[in-house]
Design a binder for this molecule. Sequence first.
Ligand code: SF4
Length: 457
Amino acid sequence: MIDLLPERQPQVVRKTEGAPTADMACGKASAAGSVSQRACVFCGSRVVLYPISDALHIVHGPIGCAAYTWDIRGALSSGPQLHRNSFSTDLQEMDVIFGGEKKLEAALLELIAHYKPQAAFIYSTCIVGLIGDDVSAVCRRVAEKTGIPVLPVHSEGFKGTKKDGYRAACEAVYQLIGTGDTTGIGTHSINILGEFNLAGETWILRDYYKRLGIEVVACITGDSRIADIRRCHGAKLNLVQCSGSMTHLAKMMERDHGIPFKRVSYFGIEDMSAALYDAAKFFGDDPAIMLRAQQLVREEITAIYPELQRYKQKLVGRRAAIYVGGAFKAFSLVRALRLLGMETAVVGSQTGDMEDYRQLQEISDPGTIIVDDSNPLELAEFCLEKDVDLFIGGVKERPIAYKLGIGFCDHNHERKEPLAGFVGMLNFAREVYASVASPVWQFAPRRANRAKEASPV
Ligand code: SF4
């Protein structure tokens, strides 16, 4: 069993049969020297806002910050592609000494004149926090000169955790909400918050809601447009998928515009169905919506179930480790793996809160390791201890898995297959099977030894 740093011990729990759920330490700055898997505050803001595809996104800082987050999620757009650029003021030594405000203003005026965006987001990075540029003042001046919203994102990298970056993103985008005309928005209307259109997932979800007769006013921020965000306060319900990033925005909209919100997940059959039923129940004044939801769920499950069963036969008894950004996604993954006959042996997140971890302990099997804000060494040790067959994570977990000779499923930034919705569950099962059952693992030294031990001839 791994020796944890003493400061890290309260952030790791091993579920014991019959024991009450433990209160895990979480939501705090990463332990110094622990080499956390978390990204910085700036990165947190950037991943949330960047799919707004008709806005200019400019990183005020050294070029490295912009390169690090360039097209970081590959979020798709059905229209403008401006978001896929990574503009930067490329601050250099002289800017650090004399300040970068003039450079920022010149860059903004040139880019806005050239690209004609509907709005601009200006991200502050570590160095901007250190030299003290007044980014808000520059934004006000440029907004007056150009006539478009120019919004500062106060995301200095060092000033907290990735979750503070989510909050800064919510504060920035909130300045747009309530500034558009809501005429024509129906009584059965929603916004989807915290869905980023990776591999076209927003389009799948929009289609489901359309089939139910529910209007999606805005998806924030997958395939979103500034005009939709401006008028999204006309919707009657907010559905929050990535709760870690968007609950703050949902709460502000509830406070100021009276729009209630529900947490949902679009991953796995159970959670996808529940998300549709939750919306149908909310619009209970029209019972036809619930009937349509039941029909949709029936049709979609019937279409994928036989193939899911085939994968289950091959996967039953295999073990997985999960390490993702938000804990709500981890709940869905535990359930989705169970549906495939697999056991979750390790599960953790970067930004979960105490209630999330309590729930995670409740749904996990005895023996499961539950971890908050982990690091590569811990994750590698946990994977070896539990001898997992699969690691589900994001871009930073991939090398850990491959170096250990473990199958990997990207459930985060770089995937090209939609994993949300019913069709996404089938894609997920296919990907898990392809990764776990790949013959390549027999050539990984650790796996080769396991194969020999299993059949010593
Ligand atoms: S904002 Fe700071 S921590 Fe984040 S990428 Fe830039 S330099 Fe690194």
